[in-house]
Design a protein. Structure first.
Length: 334
DNA sequence: AGCCTACCTGGGTC
DNA sequence: AGACCCAGGTAGG
């Protein structure tokens, strides 16, 4: 299969930080080929970057709008339609270098942090996947979150295609997750107390109008959308902010988790150091601090900082394990 | 309103 | 080996 090309300056987009930075849990990276495989818009994508291009293949798709567009007389080609989806998902219409420049001018820490972490984009995710993925994320490790999201798709999603012996699924519809039997099934699958949250909030969303309800949240002001989301069972301030930021286009939303608290206390708000947990009051203070600092896209800026922080840890871990690896080899040679 | 604790599970550490 | 601790939080007291 040949690759389609989309012009994209490499410093405008970094796939590693963007797809592996805790925004989406559905992308896998093949280190040898440097290719990414993942699902969004009921479509299986393979992505890689080279020179000035983002290259992509579509391995399969159940996206109806694509086939509907094709049946009309003056139609867009498949390629044009897929390109539109990709541009939307990565928000390629935003000039990221301009944002980085603005944020750097406003904040020295950002300036130094962003040097190694160019091209971190806020994905425009689908609200349903975003919401249920982040219910899974609470009090949890990324590796287990990913495996839970996989399970949701395998058991309640629709198969899109089978590629190289791997089956790919859509993210399930809310209606499927609202079935009363879902809770016990998910308990069985190791979701723990999140099982109840998933089934219950799915039922609430269906009751409130499903798709329509999500659309209304996009139209609302950020604070109102957030308040609305927090009525759902299992969604508190942090997850509500993740959803506002990542899939409802409220880019001033700023999720405050343990990492962000650490960053804030270390670098900006020393009086918050050494607290056991983040209270509502602290949460608001930290969010407002970053909003005052970065402006109406504070959530995106914070994601770059978060990513830099996350990657730092990973690099330390990697170099640790490399050290251990070398030591092991030395021992073997003796 | 603001603080406390239990909560499922799996992976890590000592 | 087993008893901790912790992980991108939240509900219910």
């Amino acid at each position: 299969m040949s690759w389609n090309k989309l012009f994209c300056n490499p410093c405008e987009l970094q796939l590693l930080g963007t797809l592996n930075g805790g925004q989406s849990f559905r992308w896998t990276h093949n280190q040898d080929s440097n290719e990414w495989t993942g699902v969004f818009s009921k479509t299986v994508w393979k992505l890689k970057q080279s020179d000035n291009f983002l290259q992509y293949q579509v391995l399969g798709s159940l996206n109806k709008s694509i086939s509907e567009n094709n049946s009309k007389t003056h139609k867009l080609s498949d390629e044009q339609n897929f390109e539109i989806l990709l541009k939307k998902y990565f928000r390629l219409d935003h000039d990221l270098r301009k944002y980085y420049k603005e944020w750097s001018e406003k904040d020295k820490l950002f300036q130094s942090a962003c040097k190694q972490f160019y091209g971190i984009r806020m994905l425009a995710q689908e609200p349903v996947e975003n919401l249920f993925s982040f219910i899974c994320s609470q009090n949890n490790h990324i590796s287990r979150i990913s495996s839970m999201v996989d399970k949701l798709c395998m058991f309640y999603g629709e198969e899109i295609c089978n590629h190289d012996g791997v089956k790919y699924f859509t993210f399930p519809e809310v209606e499927k997750l609202s079935d009363p039997q879902v809770e016990s099934k998910l308990r069985e699958l190791g979701f723990g107390y999140r099982a109840k949250f998933i089934q219950k909030s799915a039922a609430q969303i269906v009751e409130w109008g499903g798709e329509k309800w999500f659309n209304s949240l996009q139209e609302m002001k950020y604070k109102d959308a957030r308040k609305e989301l927090m009525k759902l069972c299992g969604i508190g301030p942090k997850v509500a902010d993740c959803i506002c930021l990542m899939s409802l286009n409220h880019l001033e939303a700023l999720p405050v988790d343990t990492h962000v608290y650490q960053i804030a206390a270390q670098n900006y708000l020393p009086h918050l150091r050494g607290k056991k947990n983040v209270t509502d009051k602290m949460y608001a203070e930290i969010g407002d601090h970053f909003r005052n600092l970065y402006g109406d896209m504070a959530g995106w800026a914070h994601t770059v900082l978060f990513c830099a922080d996350l990657k730092k840890f990973q690099q330390i871990e990697n170099s640790d394990s490399m050290e251990k690896c070398k030591q092991r080899k030395k021992r073997k040679n003796k």
